[in-house]
Structures are given as C-alpha cells and as structure tokens.
Design a protein around this ligand. Sequence first.
Ligand SMILES: [Fe+2]
Length: 359
Amino acid sequence: MGTLAQRVESLSDSGIQSIPKEYVRPKEELANIGNIFEEEKKEGPEVPTIDLKEIESKDELVRGKCREKLRKAAEEWGVMHLVNHGIPDELLNRLKEAGAEFFSLPVEEKEKYANDQATGNVQGYGSKLANNASGQLEWEDYFFHLIFPEDKRDLSIWPKTPPHYTEVTSEYAKRLRVLASKILKALSLELGLEEGRLEKEVGGMEELLLQMKINYYPICPQPELALGVEAHTDISSLTFLLHNMVPGLQLFYQGKWVTAKCVPGSILMHIGDTIEILSNGKFKSILHRGLVNKEKVRISWAVFCEPPKEKIILKPLPELVTPTEPARFPPRTFAQHIHHKLFRKDQEEAAAAAAANSK
Ligand SMILES: [Fe+2]
C-alpha cells in the first residue's frame, strides 16, 4: 500500500490555469522568483567552469595548476561546471535519453514503481509529501535509487523501460565514481592532506553511496509562484548534476540569486555539507533552488555521493583546526546532520535568501 501522493505531472496535464495553494511560495519568497529564461540572460557573476583536462597530467606543475582552479571554485562558490571530466558525451546522452524515455511513460505506468515514504521505502517514483504545517509542496516528481556500490543496488526496482536503462545507468555510475575519486584526491591535496584522505573520510569505495535522483519538472501554468526545489544546501559530500539543457538552477551567491547557464557537455558539481564540514568551512556548500517554467519540461539527473549514515562521525579534520581557526561544526554522524537540518533548517541563511531582492 503506497501513500497517495499527487503527481505534479498529472496536475500539469489536467490543464489547470492556477496552481493549488500548497505550491504557492510564501510572500517574501515570491518577490525574487522571476522568469527563468529572462534570469538566464542577466549579466553578472557566473558559476565558474573548471577544465579537468590536466587533473592527471604527468607534469606535477600542470596538475597543480588545474587543482588550484578547482580549489578556488570550491572555496568561493562551492559549485562549478566541470568540462573535460572524462565521461564521454555519448554516455551522458544515452543516460539522459533513458531517463527521458522512462518519464515519457503514462503516470499509471510509473506508479508501478511508486516509493512509499511512510514505510521507509524511499527508492522509486515519488513526489514530495507535505511534511510541515504549511503543507508546502514543490513542482516536481522524481525517481530515486542507489546506483553504487554495485552490491548495495536493488536492481528489481530500477525502471524496466527502456530496456537499456540498467546498463546505461550502471556504466554512468562506474564512471562517475572514478570522477568523484579524482575530485576528492585533488581537494585533499589542496587542503594540504594526503591524497586519499577525503575519500577515506567519506567511506571509500565500499561505503560511499551514490544515490541518483532524476528530477522531472512539468510545465507550470504559474511558474513565478512556485519552485521546483526549494532553497537548500546538499548534505552529500559531492553532488553531480546533468540536465536536459532547460535552465532552472539558481545559486545564492553574495546575497543574490544567480542563474546557472547551460554549458553543453559539462557536469555541474556541488560541494556538499559533508565536505564543508570536513574542510572546516574552507570549501562551501552553497544554497540553491530550482525554478520551473511554462514552456518546457525540465529534467535533471542528480547523483549525491553520501557517506554511510551511522558509521562515520563527520567533523572538521583535526589538521584543519587551529587556535585561530577553531572547529566551526560540531561532530555529528550523517544521520544526525540530516536530523539537525530537518529541524533547524539553516534558518538565518534561508530567511535571508527568501527575502533577497533578485534585482
Ligand atoms: Fe540540491
């Protein structure tokens, strides 16, 4: 028995002209939600693009220069477009086609994969359930499942349409896991640590979990009243994001919402809370959100690289804590960190962001 959730896709298909009140954002927030296509054209600060071509150069000097750019982006933005990341375009395209094909199935077909959040079965097809008194909802449906390590996957719940979904997604998972290691290695070195340190601290090959969430944002009749994803920071160590070239992602940078431009062939990467904590705040986990629009369906593929929930205590690495730079985060397991965020939601920053003037 599944919990009945309203699918946003069905709502969108019903032809309604105004959206139900649960999807309407609070008044303070409405002031800074604009038309995403207009927002995308605005001049101003831009999410950095990092070229990883030289990250494994034989020349240490060349490698070092590449790492330094990565470090600066991680310090200043905590988010970046990665190019020359080593994952072939052809594989990215096949992955995106497979996800789009699954979502093109009728809602009744997708319901066969419905998750059941009430019983803790979080993997599968889902939509947000209101979890607070305001009943606030987001304009998206999703498909969520663990994709790596291979022995922790449950292939029985993966989409069977299209038939090559499993093969393509497994290949992407493997390639992305390699990329995650490269990034963790470079960030470790830039923190003055031994190269395998961050990798080990987040669980290594056996314990770091790659969870994929395909986000499906249907056309919205009143996009300036809703959000596809509300403002949040990622709890992961790293998050890798692909999308179907429809803009939607905004980053809260220097007190303003900045729209990420679409960079062909790139993979967008977030530094998550886990790395922010381990680095004692040196690397940032940036607040971000997703806008929707009334013209085009947006689909994005997020892979969250998460440490195991209970096995590891996350805290600033002792080498990075000094008398002048005391620990900025208390020790917590990943599960405790999630709990903390649910109940004490970065209130100050979220409130400032909600009220921010986007002009
Ligand atoms: Fe996110």
